[in-house]
Design a protein around this ligand. Structure first.
Ligand code: TYD
Length: 211
């Protein structure tokens, strides 16, 4: 049976990486075969593109979009699709919704253009479940100051991060059957409990060992 594709989304400092790490550890211990990936990155080319994007603001929103999409195309074809086809579940820290939230709602690129670019990069692969870690940008950005690698995205005006958040909330509202909104301003344990319940619901029982 094909694996399930789970995506974690949210603004800066909402705790996606920590949550993904904890979910992966717990699910693996329970016998699930599940890969953990992140965007941008996850393949050697993707990690190089990540360094490029994070080093400096590119100064052109379309160039930025296309770099994210190039990393995504590689990750989908080299890692995500083969894993799913082999019956392994995949969890990914950010996916196509990041481009809609950041490049369209945030940078104000036309949404249809961003969605077209997403469709090209993914060749139609969509997440079975997207968890939105939702918190006011002020909360997330304050957390980021205390730890974690800051990028030039963190330094963008609060209004940018407000638009990103609004974009995510709108996407969740449009697809209630495949999105769950989790209040990420709460302590980690509460966030983990909600996320774990949603992911377990989507995965069903652990797969039999790979042949
Ligand atoms: P990262 O260090 O991974 O940030 P985070 O820990 O918050 O995920 O840097 C990725 C940055 O790239 C983040 O600010 C969001 C941004 N981004 C986009 O603007 N568009 C995209 O399509 C993706 C995948 C990320």
């Amino acid at each position: 049976m094909r694996g399930r594709f789970i995506v974690l989304e949210g603004g800066e400092g909402t705790g996606k990486s920590r949550l993904q790490h904890a979910l992966h550890e717990r699910l693996t211990a329970e016998g699930y075969r599940i890969d953990a990936r992140r965007e941008p990155g996850g393949t050697p080319l993707g990690e190089r593109i990540r360094d490029l994007i994070n080093a400096d603001a590119l100064g052109d929103d379309v160039a930025e979009l296309l770099l994210f999409e190039a990393a995504r195309a590689h990750l989908v074809e080299r890692a995500i699709r083969p894993a799913l086809a082999a019956g392994t579940h995949v969890m990914c820290d950010r996916f196509t919704a990041s481009s809609v939230a950041y490049q369209s709602f945030g940078r104000l690129l036309d949404r249809a253009l961003v969605e077209q670019a997403n469709a090209i990069a993914t060749r139609g692969l969509v997440a079975d479940l997207t968890l939105l870690l939702d918190a006011p940008p002020g909360v997330g950005l304050a957390r980021r100051q205390q730890g974690g690698a800051l990028t030039h995205f963190d330094a963008l005006p609060l209004a940018f991060h407000e638009r990103v958040r609004d974009g995510y909330v709108e996407l969740a509202r449009e697809s209630p059957s495949t999105w769950r909104v989790i209040d990420a301003a709460r302590p980690f344990e509460a966030v983990f409990a909600d996320a774990y319940a949603a992911v377990r619901g989507a995965l069903g029982e652990p797969q039999p060992p790979a042949a």
